[in-house]
Design a binder for this molecule. Structure first.
Ligand code: PNW
Length: 478
């Protein structure tokens, strides 16, 4: 490699992926853009939250982040150098509509036009998320955010319309929402994420989630009716889900109960959102356990939701064991009646998340079986945080290479041996960036970012991943 790092494989592509498989890298607006007051951008709930003392580790915020607002040309270059053909980014609602309603802000539209055009000029297809958590602050204050029902749903659909109108001639794959679980549970249950609410964790997460699902369905209807016929793109949604494995137990009866608990947590984590989108309603076991704390869909809403995704976006990072637990006090964690744990033999990332590559294979298998999603599954995020105190360490990020090799290899087995229809994989993340409540203390990038100078440096993982892209397969082990 010429930089003191060896062992990136010979790139022979021993395990080939299906032709046309989409390899990419992902980011989100608040985590990389910076330029928080530039170009007429309004404030988002994350601007406000991160500026509130005590919410983010080290007092970090996204004011500058990776400064992609001014360095998008450089970042497109990084991707082009890797041979990447796909980039997942998100649009900051507050650039397009500074207060969440009203006409499009021309400077915001011009910025994303520049981004999209720069990508396309390099042959990189943009996969665009409309909502990656940065709700306009005005909608939080004036319409009660995601608890606000139609008032916020209507605003979201109008925002989506502006994005389809301005960018849909070139953007052919849309994601309505990133990880509604995080928005609902971390934003309204634990309060670790904006808007930082935790006062009614047994109800608010379910209500916020409900409104997000309805907003998704309405945006999809709008796209399919008014834009898809001539723009000919597709639209889906991205869910996050870890794999839940029953905790082994020598007592068969206890093991059975752990199996039930594991399935229950899969449903509370993923089917909570994916069942409405694919099947038109919440999972029955959630309805039974939650009673009137879980809102219900009217017949028209259910019909609107059912089949409202052209592909299944999955963000997957880790696996936990599950055992039965009735001691949690209140909220979503208690409602699912389970306890999570790690096998002490599992290596963990800098997030403390266990590295369990086979969990991805089981996860996509479960999705395939339950939903048979038309348009297939796209892994829209997978990756790991590593401790990297300086660029020299980061350049030899062998743990990340091992993580990616493991997960991508298991994904290959899912496709080749289990018949899972998976059509793309996006590594999180293109760059080290603002990791939400962890600020700049966690590095997920395949490129190192010096947060003082904003210099980008390719890590070993970027070179390794470039080989995956070039060969459409996993380089043979060295
Ligand atoms: C995802 N959890 O967030 C997001 O889509 C990214 O913006 C983020 O940077 C990435 O994963 C890494 O964290 C998650 O607590 C945040 O289970 C928290 C959880 C899962 C995903």
């Amino acid at each position: 490699m010429g930089d003191g790092c060896t062992g990136a494989g010979d790139g022979t592509g021993a395990r080939q992926f299906p032709e046309g498989f989409a390899w990419g890298a992902a980011t989100s607006a608040y985590q990389v853009e910076g330029g928080w007051t530039e170009g007429g951008k309004g404030r988002s709930i994350w601007d406000f939250f991160a500026h509130t003392a005590g919410k983010v580790a080290g007092g970090g915020n996204g004011d500058m982040a990776d400064d992609q607002y001014h360095r998008v040309g450089e970042d497109v270059r990084l991707m082009a150098d890797m041979g990447l053909r796909h980039y997942r980014l998100s649009i900051a609602w507050t650039r397009v509509q500074p207060t969440g309603t009203g006409p499009a802000n021309p400077e915001g539209v011009a910025f994303y036009n520049r981004v999209i055009d720069a990508l396309i000029a390099e042959g990189i297809e943009p996969l665009v998320t409309l909502y990656h958590w940065d709700l306009p602050l005005a909608l939080q204050v004036e319409r009660n955010g995601w608890l606000g029902g139609d008032a916020v749903i209507d605003a979201y659909v109008e925002y989506a319309r502006l994005c389809f109108t301005h960018f849909g001639d070139r953007v052919k794959r849309w994601i309505t929402f990133n990880e509604p679980w995080c928005v609902a549970v971390l934003g309204f249950g634990t309060g670790e994420h904006a808007p930082g609410r935790s006062r009614d964790p047994g109800r608010e997460p379910y209500l916020a989630a409900h409104h997000i699902l309805l907003a998704h369905a309405r945006a999809v209807r709008l796209y399919r009716r008014d834009f898809k016929p001539f723009q000919e793109g597709s639209i889906g949604i991205t869910f996050n889900s870890d794999w839940r494995e029953p905790l082994p137990d020598a007592d068969p009866r206890r093991y059975m109960r752990n199996c039930e608990a594991a399935e229950r947590t899969r449903q509370f984590f993923l089917a909570w959102f994916a069942d409405p989108v694919y099947l038109g309603d919440y999972p029955e076991l959630m309805r039974v356990r939650l009673g009137d704390r879980l809102p219900s869909f009217g017949a028209g809403e259910a019909a609107l939701l059912r089949g409202s995704a052209d592909f299944f976006g999955l963000n997957h990072y880790t696996t936990t064991y599950v055992s039965v637990d009735d001691t949690n006090s209140v909220g979503w964690f208690c409602d699912q009646g389970s306890q999570w744990s790690n096998d002490p033999n599992w290596a963990v990332t800098d997030m403390g998340w266990a590295i369990v590559p086979w969990g991805l294979r089981k996860m996509v298998g479960w999705i395939q079986k339950r939903y048979r999603p038309p348009g297939g599954i796209i892994v829209t995020e997978n990756g790991c945080a590593c401790k990297e105190q300086d660029a020299a360490v980061a350049k030899c990020d062998k743990l990340r290479v091992e993580y990616l090799r493991g997960y991508i290899s298991e994904l290959h087995k899912a496709i080749a041996e289990d018949g899972v229809d998976c059509r793309g994989y996006f590594v999180w993340s293109l760059l080290d960036n603002f990791e939400w409540a962890f600020g700049y203390t966690k590095r997920f990038g395949i490129h190192w970012v010096n947060f003082d100078t904003l210099e980008r440096v390719p890590k070993e993982s970027s070179k390794w991943f470039a080989k995956v892209v070039a060969t459409n397969g996993v380089p043979a082990d060295e």
